[in-house]
Design a binder for this molecule. Structure first.
Ligand code: FAD
Ligand code: UDP
Length: 400
């Protein structure tokens, strides 16, 4: 493997069997599999100055390992994904826990048995909990929008409390809309949990942190003789799509192209910009050992930011007398502003626009799109890896 900043003089795509745009999970998994299974020489073009996409982590000035683009906690139910990634890292057994700051009281989220008792008092909380158990069963996940649809006085009381105190203000901050106005799958990511488990991902059999961090995982993923990574290279400067063909450096390119960036950017946004939410991340290093009791505290009834993450609580790193925290502020993404498009906005009109762009690339020979940006999906890391494994299966099959 080599990682080079910029393309060397005289670089030509002809020396490569595949060009991968983006050095995140989608690009990383495809590059590795095409190198390993097909013996392809692969060039990875990445416009940032580092690998690992949004999972990138690094030491800050205080020596604390931070996640530059937001807190990343690995969790999956997908055995294949877990086996694949485990080739490139060991895992810590970190179990992510989140507390919601509700009018100054910290309660577990997903809202669970303990949260009910904190919100309603011991006796009433227990009664309401037993009602939830009788209705949904124990250790069950109940999306807030489903709970709200139940026509029962006690369930409605719980639903109203959780909707108002956990979801409404947080969702307004994150999406600029109420939970009723956004796709139910989004709030469904954090369902009420009818049980005692207070982990953020109560049913994921595999969860944790890569033992040496995410960037180290990616260094091993790209560590293959047939892979060359070029950072600080915006593929749009050399790659175009014309007449259903990919051109690179002005010449038709006959190899495989895997594109993991936003689709609208490929066409200069000519059908309109795909809407995204972006985040301002405000990092702060404090002269104290610890700031908060868990990895993340969600501010669900107050503040302009959505959540505060304390990295040492997630990585287990020991740095006495210092800790780094990060506040996230969500806002609409402005294309061309240098902001990062973090979250696709899953609304009919936007999905239709996405499909229009998608149509233009689907017919392009040997051109493949994969990943959270390129598929305009709300993927977690494991979802992207699964999608990249599937795509690379297809390319590998068709290469034989
Ligand atoms: P990316 O990581 O975005 O990589 C795409 C890469 O392509 C980028 O590096 C980009 O610079 C590059 N690129 C784009 N266009 C071009 C171009 N024209 N030329 C060259 N390079 C280009 N998932 C979890 O499982 N757990 C979590 O806790 C979690 N937390 C998250 C928190 C936040 C705030 C966000 C935004 C996401 C989180 N995710 C989490 C999701 C996770 O980040 C993604 O699923 C995953 O990183 C997506 O990988 P990707 O390769 O599709 O995209
Ligand atoms: N959500 C909320 N309150 C919370 C946690 C989540 O309203 O305390 C909603 C909010 O709309 C958020 C969505 O659930 O965008 C998904 O939350 P998740 O933590 O999965 O978001 P991510 O980590 O991807 O930003």
């Amino acid at each position: 493997m080599s990682i080079t900043s910029g393309l060397p003089t005289g670089w030509s795509p002809e020396g490569f069997d595949a060009i991968v745009v983006g050095a995140g999970y989608a690009g990383g998994v495809c590059a590795r599999r095409l190198a390993e299974a097909c013996g392809y020489k692969v060039a990875v073009l990445e416009r940032r100055s580092h690998i690992a996409g949004n999972a990138y982590d690094r030491l800050d000035d205080a020596g604390i390992l931070i996640h530059e683009y937001g807190p990343h906690i690995y969790h999956t139910t997908n055995e294949r994904v877990h086996q694949y990634l485990s080739r490139f890292t060991e895992w810590s057994d970190y179990q992510h826990k989140v507390l919601a700051n509700i009018h100054g009281t910290l309660m577990p989220v997903p809202f669970n048995h303990a949260s009910l008792k904190l919100a309603f008092g011991e006796e009433k909380g227990e009664r309401l909990y037993q009602k939830l158990v009788a209705t949904f069963g124990e250790n069950k996940k109940v999306p807030i929008m489903e709970l709200r649809s139940r026509n029962d006085e006690e369930l409605t009381e719980v639903a109203d409390y959780v909707y108002e105190n956990v979801f409404l203000h947080y969702t307004m901050k994150q999406w600029g809309k109420t939970p009723d106005q956004i796709d139910p799958s989004i709030t469904g990511r954090v369902p009420v949990f009818v049980g005692d488990d207070d982990r953020y991902f109560p049913t994921a059999p595999h969860q944790g942190m890569p033992a040496d961090g995410y960037t180290a995982l990616f260094e091993r993923l790209f560590d293959h003789d047939l892979i060359s990574v070029y950072t600080d290279v915006d593929a749009r400067d050399i790659l175009t799509i014309e007449d259903n063909r990919t051109k690179i450096c002005g010449m038709p390119y006959g190899g495989e192209v895997i594109y993991t960036g936003p689709l609208d950017e490929l066409f200069g946004l000519d059908l309109g910009a795909l809407p995204y939410r972006t985040l301002d991340m405000e990092f702060e290093t404090l002269d104290q050992d610890r700031f908060q009791p868990v990895g993340t505290v969600n501010y669900t009834t107050s503040e302009d930011f959505t959540r505060i993450t304390e990295f040492k609580n997630m990585t287990g790193q020991v740095v006495p007398g210092k800790t780094t925290i990060m506040r996230e502020y969500s806002k609409a993404y402005t294309p061309g502003s240098g902001e990062t498009p973090y979250y696709a906005i899953l609304e009919d009109e936007n999905l239709e626009l996405y499909r229009a762009y998608r149509k233009r690339v689907d017919g392009v020979l040997n051109f493949h799109v994969v990943g959270r940006l390129a598929e305009y999906r709300y993927y977690d890391m494991d979802g992207v890896v699964a999608s990249a494994l599937e795509l690379s299966d297809d390319i590998i099959d068709s290469s034989h």
